[in-house]
Design a protein around this ligand. Structure first.
Ligand SMILES: Cc1ncc(C[n+]2csc(CCOP(=O)(O)OP(=O)(O)O)c2C)c(N)n1
Length: 328
């Protein structure tokens, strides 16, 4: 994909499929958490699935992705089997990382997805390295880095923006600005809240888009990808979006108004996209229903298979762990 084009019918359908899968995945996981079936944290990306759903169609298999803790839609749209992601979140052996990474450290290198990390801002240097590899080996691939607004306050963001621009790397920084860093609103975490503007300081383009509008989000991402792919260097895309659930499942959410949540939910791009697919005669209601039923079936099998998988054994726990001999 080396040029910018309008979204065709097949692409719309694929984005819808990715989006529906991610939405139901988030809902099912959230219900499981509420029933006490998930230990530890769960950071829902519900409400923010559009970006990840687009990435699955707008990137190529040569591209690298450095996701973050809300990137479940990205994993799924990239083709990660839902059962492997659920099993990882449940800490089971059949998980993407054998159940030892968990939600925060899920990775799938075979699909070019480097690890998300529990350390905010730690993904930037990984993405910089991935983009450097693409550049150094003169591949046709690029790298993209997903992160939240809070991560832009870390030093690693600024250092990597600087180097990516200086070295003209094929790297696209994608900030999912959901207005909060944990429980802190944007205006209390930074003086300059126009995140896209921060790109100016490093000499790269920065654009802010409404993350609930498919066309503008798709176009901005595509422009940044084409730019990176054609040797013109990095860009920053700020996607204004919103998470419908708390920072973590179980968060009492005392820091925001219910009205604010409602106003974003009313703009949910998922039914809008469904309606558009019908209005443009791409698929009728029957076919859409069928495709949704297939996804429901896939997810219920995924949950059953993940739950049936055993926990890692004591020996498995040390696989892939870097340890000095004699220290463990
Ligand atoms: C270095 C570091 N500091 C603090 C935390 C605790 N923490 C976990 S998620 C998070 C919020 C990050 O906000 P943002 O980047 O906007 O992403 P969001 O969770 O809003 O999607 C924080 C502060 C952490 N994990 N790592």
């Amino acid at each position: 994909m080396s040029e910018i084009h309008a979204i065709d019918g097949n692409t719309l359908t694929e984005i819808y499929r990715n989006f529906y899968l991610a939405r139901r995945f988030e809902e099912i996981l959230s219900d499981m958490f509420r029933r006490g079936e998930i230990d530890g944290w769960l950071h829902s990306g519900i409400g923010q699935e559009l970006v990840g759903s687009i990435l699955g169609v707008a990137l190529t298999s040569q591209d690298y992705i450095v996701p973050y803790h809300r990137s479940k839609a990205t994993f799924l749209s990239r083709g990660v089997p839902p059962h492997a992601l659920i099993a990882e979140i449940l800490g089971r052996q059949s998980g993407l990382c054998g159940g030892v990474g968990g939600e925060a450290h899920a990775a799938d290198v075979s699909r070019g997805i480097f690890g998300s990390t529990g350390v905010i801002g730690a993904g930037f240097p990984l993405a910089l390295g991935a983009a450097f590899k693409q550049f150094y080996q003169a591949t046709e691939g690029i790298a993209v880095c997903g992160f939240g607004d809070g991560a832009t306050t870390r030093g690693s963001f600024h250092e990597c923006m600087n180097l990516a621009a200086l070295w003209n790397l094929p790297l696209v920084f994608i900030c999912e600005n959901n207005l909060y860093s944990e429980m802190t609103p944007l205006r209390k975490e930074m003086k300059e809240t126009r995140i896209a503007k921060k790109a100016d300081a490093y000499g790269m383009p920065g654009v802010a888009v409404d993350g609930y509008d498919l066309d503008t989000t798709y176009r901005a991402l595509q422009e940044a990808f084409v730019r990176a792919r054609s040797g013109q260097g990095p860009s920053l895309v700020e996607v204004k979006t919103y998470r419908w659930h708390g920072h973590y499942e179980g968060d009492p959410e005392e820091y925001r108004d219910k009205g604010e949540v409602d106003s974003w939910q009313k703009r949910d791009p998922l039914p809008v996209l469904r309606q558009r697919i019908q209005d443009e005669g791409i698929l009728d209601a029957f076919n859409l229903d069928q495709s949704e039923k297939d996804i429901e079936e896939l997810l219920s099998q995924a949950v059953a298979s993940a739950k049936a998988s055993p926990f890692p054994t004591r020996e498995n726990l040390l696989i892939n762990v870097y340890a000095q001999e004699g220290s463990m």
